[in-house]
Design a protein around this ligand. Structure first.
Ligand code: ATP
Ligand code: MN
Ligand code: MN
Length: 309
C-alpha cells in the first residue's frame, strides 16, 4: 500500500497540496439520469486537465465564476483577491483600483475548485503581459430557435473568411449554445498589435461577414435585432474583455466544458453536451486538437492592412 500524503487526516481530502473542505458538496445536481457532481469531482477534474487547461489561462488576469453552493445557488464573478480566496493565485497589476487574480499552476486550479470556482474567463492577452493581445475570439451567439447546425455552418463561414486573411482559426465549444472561433496572433515586438487594433479588426471582419450574408449574421448586440440570425459577438476582444477558457467547466446544468475541437469535428452530429466533466477522462485520451495553437500564431499586421486598418 502506498503511504498517504502527510497532510491527509482521516476524512480529509488533499489534492495538489490543497485541503478540500466539504468534498461531498453537490455542485451540479443529478442531470438527465447522470450522477451529481461534487466538489471532490470538480477538483479531481481540475487536477486531471491542468496540463491542457493551463496553457490557455496561466498568467492572464482571469474572472472566475464562483458558485460555492452549486449551480442552483448564488453565482458571482471574482476578479480580485477576496477573503477565502487563496495564496495559490497570483495578483497582476493592470493599473486599476485593485490587482486582478491569475492562475499559475495546478495548485491554483484546485484552490479555485476548493472555493467553488466553476468557470475560468481569462483575458485574451499574452501570459504575463496584460497590454498585449494574443488571440482574437469570434463568439458566435445563435438567436433562440436556431439549430446547432446553423452555428456549425456559420463557424465554417468565419473560418473561411479568416483563412482568406492569412490567419489560422481554431474552434471550440463553449459548454453553452454557441461556438468560439479563436485566432492565435503573434505577440512579439515586430507583430504585436494594440488592444484598439485587435478590437477594431474583430469588428471590421464581423461587419464584413454581415454585409456578405445579412440574412445569416447580425453584429447588433440587442437580442431583439437577432431575428433568426447568428450574432457575431466581436466584443470579446478589447482590453479586459474575456472569453471562457478551453477546458473550463460551465456553471450550467449538465456540467458541460468548453472544449477544443478540430475542424473535422465541426459537422452534422456534433453535440456540445458530449463534452462535460463526466466524459473528460475519455476525452483526455485523445490527441489535443489545439496542440499547435501557439505555433499556429501569425502576425495580425498583414490582415489589418487587408482590412484597411
Ligand atoms: P454561449 O455559447 O452559450 O454563448 P459563451 O461563453 O460564449 O456561451 P456569452 O454570453 O456569449 O457566453 O459570453 C461570451 C464571453 O463573454 C463569456 O465566455 C465571458 O467570458 C464573457 N462574458 C459574458 N457575459 C459577461 C458578464 N456579464 N461579465 C463579464 N464577462 C462576461
Ligand atoms: Mn457566446
Ligand atoms: Mn456573446
Amino acid at each position: 500500500t502506498s503511504p498517504k500524503p502527510a497532510a491527509a487526516k482521516p476524512g480529509k481530502l488533499v489534492v495538489a497540496g490543497i485541503t478540500i473542505s466539504h468534498p461531498d458538496k453537490v455542485l451540479w445536481p443529478a442531470h438527465d439520469g447522470a450522477d451529481p457532481i461534487t466538489k471532490a469531482d470538480l477538483v479531481a477534474y481540475y487536477e486531471t486537465v491542468a496540463e491542457r487547461l493551463l496553457p490557455h489561462v496561466a498568467d492572464r488576469p482571469t474572472s472566475i465564476i464562483r458558485a460555492p453552493e452549486g449551480i442552483e445557488g448564488e453565482q458571482f464573478f471574482q476578479r480580485h483577491a477576496m477573503p477565502g480566496s487563496n495564496p495559490r493565485l497570483k495578483l497582476i497589476d493592470v493599473h486599476e483600483r485593485k490587482p486582478y487574480v491569475a492562475v499559475v499552476d495546478v495548485g491554483g486550479l484546485v484552490a479555485i475548485g476548493q472555493s467553488g470556482g466553476l468557470e475560468l474567463h481569462p483575458w485574451g492577452c499574452a501570459p504575463g503581459d496584460p497590454e498585449t493581445p494574443e488571440q482574437i475570439t469570434f463568439d458566435l451567439d445563435p438567436d433562440v430557435g436556431l439549430d446547432f447546425a446553423d452555428v456549425i455552418s456559420a463557424a465554417k463561414v468565419v473560418k473561411a473568411k479568416l483563412e482568406t486573411l492569412g490567419l489560422n482559426p481554431f474552434v471550440k465549444t463553449t459548454g453553452g449554445k454557441g461556438l468560439h472561433v479563436v485566432v492565435p496572433i503573434k505577440s512579439d515586438a515586430r507583430s504585436a498589435v494594440t488592444w484598439e487594433q485587435n478590437k477594431a479588426f474583430a469588428k471590421a471582419v464581423s461587419e464584413a461577414m454581415r454585409v456578405e450574408a445579412p440574412d445569416r449574421f447580425t453584429t447588433t448586440l440587442a437580442k431583439k435585432a437577432r431575428g433568426g440570425k447568428i450574432f457575431l459577438d466581436y466584443l470579446r476582444n478589447g482590453r479586459m474583455a474575456t472569453a471562457v477558457a478551453p477546458w473550463s467547466p460551465r456553471a450550467r446544468p449538465g456540467a458541460g466544458i468548453a472544449f477544443p475541437l478540430n475542424w473535422g469535428q465541426v459537422k452534422a452530429g456534433l453535440d456540445p453536451k458530449a463534452f462535460n466533466i463526466r466524459t473528460a477522462p475519455a476525452l483526455l485520451k485523445k490527441a489535443d486538437p489545439w496542440k499547435d495553437f501557439r505555433d499556429g500564431a501569425v502576425s495580425l499586421q498583414p490582415a489589418l492592412k487587408k482590412m484597411g486598418l
